[in-house]
Design a protein around this ligand. Sequence first.
Ligand code: ISL
Ligand code: CA
Length: 573
Amino acid sequence: PHPTPWWREAVIYQVYPRSFADSNGDGVGDIRGIVGKLDYLADLGVDCVWLSPVFASPNVDMGYDVSDYRDIMAEMGTLEDMDDLIKGCHDRGMRLILDLVVNHTSDQHEWFRQAVADPEGPYGDYYFMVDGDPGTPPNNWTSFFSGSAWGWNEEAGKWVLHLFADGQMDLNWESDSVRDEVADIVSWWMKRGIDGFRLDVINYISKRHGLPDGHPFIGKLLEFIGVEHFFYGPRLHEFLRGLRREGFTRREAPASTPRRRLPDGTLGEPQGPDMIGFMVGETPGIGMELGRLLSGYGRGELDLIFNFDVLDNPGHVRWDLYDYQLWYLKRFYRAYDKHLAPSDWIAVFLDNHDNPRMLSKFAHGKESDPAVRTAIGKMLATIQLTMRGTPFLFQGQELAAINHAFEDVEQLRDVESINRHASLLADGMDPKKAWAQILAGSRDHSRVPMRWTPDGGFSDGPAWLAGTDTVEGFSAEEQVADPDSVYSWHKDLISLRRRHRALTIGSLKWVHKRNRFYFAYQRKLGGEVFLIECNTSDKRRKRPHVAGRIVPVMGGPRGRWMEPWEATVSRVY
Ligand code: ISL
Ligand code: CA
């Protein structure tokens, strides 16, 4: 009886379990730790929690290398803990989605072990295992984590494809059995009660037949060789439709279902299960047009995609140190708004576990001033939580988390940074320059432990990754207690969204759309109109004129001048 799919009105919160909360003092975040923080998430107003991978894994890539999809990583807990987490979310009116990493498995996965032990046996075609001369890889593709995408496997006496780390072996989706296995894994978790999955690099699963060499020109443009053969492969649409039909469509009742959350924040009765699990695809290298084909409403593929074009200004990559310009973000959302059909929907995100913090990217160095950090944290939250689309917050954004000043590569834990650093040095780059790149782009910035209390509060032991910030006032405890904090701003915005659907499903109309620093738009549904105004510059600026009787509901008073990074949300009558 709800005409809009739930995920279009939801605020989704990404938890990076390793760094969220550690319940037993071993320095690694775990599922019990998350269970202990569910009230915190429900108070913030989160509708759905997404967990980065918690499945059994040797952690070559921090869980993105799964060795058993039906078991939990030893240091994170047990299946029983997971059942408690599912129920704990549902009891609080929140949904839970997990992270499905099925472009590749760990080399420790049973399928891979069987495959290399007996390449002619039933698992032989689960991976890309190719005969050849041990000195010459089958093609010129490069790995996203440095070097060739091929590894020579002694046991099988064959080359094996790995687009990511050495231990992340690409699954061969051409095999019917692989597709059946993946659908079974999804059904198994759906029955346990989860509400869907984020699908890791899901646009990479169909590789062009024959695995031809990548074009060196494209490789130079996109930094990796071979990508044109799998970013948008020949059978991608077919594979996604099959997975939705065979895995995500419910055939059995789930063990638990979420309670309904009412507009005033109180809880109603448990709802019936969603007939189809939610699917949000991580789709690097997929722009707006192709993204629409992968997630258009009613196409039977994905519900949403992440479009990564948002993360860097044109001409820049993650490894460059530059100040991100928000006029580009405005242009990005305007372009979406122009090109999409009214029935299309986007994922709105600024941070995740694979990127430095947007707050720091936007204002390198300036964010060391707590007042600036607070202003920018609120401004970014305002844009993210009122833009038309589904916001995905990453843990710590509500605390205005910033990058960490790592001192050297020894402090890093991420395989991508470590490999890249070594390869830059091997190529003869000046060590200072190499480190500057890594420090600008390392994924570890966003992976430092959550700061629950002024002195940390993540774990009783030494954390697996050092770097929790120490600036007074920015721990969860202090932020929750302060009505003017970035946390409270998030909470108030989320509550406003829930009470006024103009802010979720309402139409979007740009105001002074060519102004580079006035990031402003209206959201409208029926007779209700909201005006969102941000001054994205570091200078005071005169507030441009907007017609109507305008009454601020957040921020304000609405003076003639806007302060640097000021954000105001108003009702328009
Ligand atoms: O290297 C990239 C292409 O330019 C990245 O965008 C990469 O494709 C992207 O980071 C993929 O991320 C996901 O899959 C990885 C994992 O390490 C990440 O944490 C995950 O989010 C491999 O599973
Ligand atoms: Ca632990």
